[in-house]
Design a protein around this ligand. Structure first.
Ligand code: ADP
Length: 374
């Protein structure tokens, strides 16, 4: 506990009263000493209002500004009694912004002083507890993010290294099928076909897993402004075969320019639109993309007229390898997980509104480029 009074004698009186109650205190000779002791760490400050008169509070406010965010250093201020001057009130107000002040008006009873100091010390002890919890949480968060990074590296390496053997299996079973089809009996043909299909599915899975891990491992191009209309044109070009074969109609309203990686917005739109085509049901797919500016964010909507999604699956579908369909519709269940990863990378949100048979609207938000720049 730090004590600062105008006269050493006054400080000693307060200090000895507190010491008698087994509260340890340090008398500070002047404001500079008080400030340097605050920087070293203090429980409570007992301040004589008179000690601040004719002095600038600036060094004290500076020392308080340097305190960590969890700190709300308690000040017990012994006022002169009677009406406080406007200057004093202003100073109390300034201190209040950076610390927690309790005013005790003279004449002060010893019990009042001791009770106020004890309450101040208890509140300071709780602040230190909060600090300890915060430190523990931060180190857990760091550990978790190190663990995640290691896991990601592992998934990436595993997916990467699996590609080669899968390619070989695929290649050699195709060769087997080509050379020996019809020569080893129908059962053998069936086995070979099953192996070829399995290898193909495995290759897609591994490819998508690689894409998932790459989705946020910083792309190599620098972060620049991207015109989403251009990204949309790329998407329509990439999906032209699927669109032609299903006669899909994909339209979009003018889209914004954003400070995101071009590959990210392209992958996002492509996954959502290709899902709209894939999960079309009996209807000719009709998909519309739009974006509106809302409180510093761009709110995108990708609307389709497909088979829709039941309420129990609306969150699950964003999980890795989550699929609601069998092999009749091809897919690996990673597309939406990639979309979610990308959107979360920019602190945005992604969700779906849908009813079975009524189509779906996939929503996602990305920060406006002006907000990203600030
Ligand atoms: P994939 O399409 O490869 O299975 P996704 O992660 O893109 O993987 O989608 C997960 C699941 O969510 C899909 O298997 C499908 O059941 C469902 N789904 C996604 N998009 C739509 C959509 N537009 N309409 C209906 N169901 C959808």
């Amino acid at each position: 506990m730090l004590v600062l009074a105008r006269r050493a004698q006054d400080a000693e009186i307060s200090a000895s009263v507190l010491r008698r109650s087994r509260l340890s205190c340090v008398r500070c000779a002047n404001l500079d000493e008080l400030c340097s002791r605050i920087r070293e760490g203090a429980g409570t400050v007992i301040l004589d209002e008179v000690a601040l008169q004719n002095r600038s509070l600036a060094p004290l406010l500076e020392a308080l500004r340097e305190q960590p965010p969890w700190s709300d250093l308690p000040f017990v201020i012994l006022t002169t009694g009677g009406h406080s001057t406007t200057l004093s009130l202003k100073r109390f107000h300034a201190l209040e912004q950076l610390g927690h002040i309790t005013l005790l008006e003279r004449p002060i009873r010893t019990v009042t002083l001791i009770a106020s100091v004890r309450a101040a010390l208890a509140s300071r002890a709780r602040q230190y507890q909060v600090r300890d919890h915060l430190t523990a949480l931060m180190s857990q968060a760091e550990e978790l993010s190190r663990f995640n990074a290691a896991l990601e590296q592992f998934a990436f390496a595993a997916a990467h290294d699996l590609q080669e053997p899968i390619r070989n299996v695929s290649l050699y079973t195709q060769l087997l099928a080509k050379r020996y089809h019809g020569q080893m009996g129908r059962e053998a043909d069936h086995f070979i076909r099953t192996i070829t299909e399995g290898a193909e599915r495995l290759a897609h899975l591994v490819q998508d897993l690689l894409e998932y891990t790459r989705a946020v491992v910083s792309p190599s191009e620098p972060l620049a402004e991207v015109d989403c209309n251009e990204a949309m044109a790329d998407v329509l070009f990439n999906l032209r075969t699927a669109m032609e074969s299903t006669q899909a109609r994909v339209t979009y309203s003018p889209l914004p320019a954003l400070a995101v990686y071009r590959i990210h917005i392209t992958v996002l739109l492509q996954n959502l639109i290709s899902n709209g085509i894939k999960y079309r049901g009996a209807r000719v797919p009709c998909i519309h993309v739009s974006a509106e500016r809302e409180n510093g964010w761009w709110h995108f909507r990708v609307r389709d007229n497909g088979i829709g999604i039941g309420p129990q699956y609306r969150e699950k579908i964003f999980g890795v390898f989550t699929r609601l369909h069998g092999r009749e519709i091809p897919g690996t269940g990673i597309g939406l997980a990639i979309c979610q990863r990308i959107v979360h990378h920019y602190n945005g949100r992604i969700w779906v509104e849908s009813e079975p048979g009524e189509g779906s609207v996939f929503h996602f938000t990305l920060p406006d480029r002006e907000e990203t720049a600030t």
